[in-house]
Design a protein around this ligand. Sequence first.
Ligand code: ADP
Length: 266
Amino acid sequence: MAPKFSPQRLPHTPDGPYGTPGIAACTADLSKVYGTGDTGVVALDRVSISFGEGEFTAIMGPSGSGKSTLMHCVAGLDSASSGSVRIGSTELSGLDDRQLTELRRDRIGFIFQAFNLLPTLTALENITLAMDIAGRKVDGAWLDRVVAMVGLSERLGHRPAQLSGGQQQRVAIARALVSRPAIVFGDEPTGSLDSRAGAEVLGFLRDSVRELGRTVVMVTHDPVAAGYADRVVFLTDGRLVDEMIQPTADRVLDRMKNFDVRGHTN
Ligand code: ADP
């Protein structure tokens, strides 16, 4: 069945040598099939979506609907079977492994459910590690802004074990932002936090969009988390089926109730 919904709010197809102004990343007819033949699984089915600069998008949908696959393909962690993915003006399918690694390092930030901090390093060392390894100079003024925004100024010398879960995720947010990435991806970033720490982390993610002008795309199954975003897109069976602008947790929850098990609107 063809999807009923096609988000028109932002252009899907980049044009011009520098990509479409205002678009941090986009896909056009992105499909991903795992395996081949009868055993092949269509994880993404012709998904066309744009992520605007300075926008906070939540990706929602039932388990198995393709959320992680979409994020991994846009972030250059997984390759598409067909269709296009661009970060700015860069078409990912044209990149070799080394170029993809550089793109992820220089232009993309990641925040995972597990904080993935190195236990022997201080908070500050964790934040700057990737840039230090790459031999890139850390912009001190930007680092100060990022650290102040996530409220870590007093804790930069602490090791992860000396920090709460929420504080560790704040270090991970600062680590994702320090290189001024074009786009930051969060994979259930509050999944291992209690609701208070989760609310703090979501507030900081929103601040990174509002105050620091970053672009954030977050995969979540939690309507409360999605309520912090500027828009929510809904996936079902690998297809983009709906979009909600200026969501609230209640509206997201209502919308989810209106999807049956296959996710189609009742
Ligand atoms: P979600 O994140 O919404 O739970 P996923 O993107 O993880 O969904 O998965 C989408 C579909 O693709 C599911 O049917 C899943 O089983 C399948 N899938 C995901 N990764 C793989 C893989 N590496 N090999 C085979 N099938 C996969």
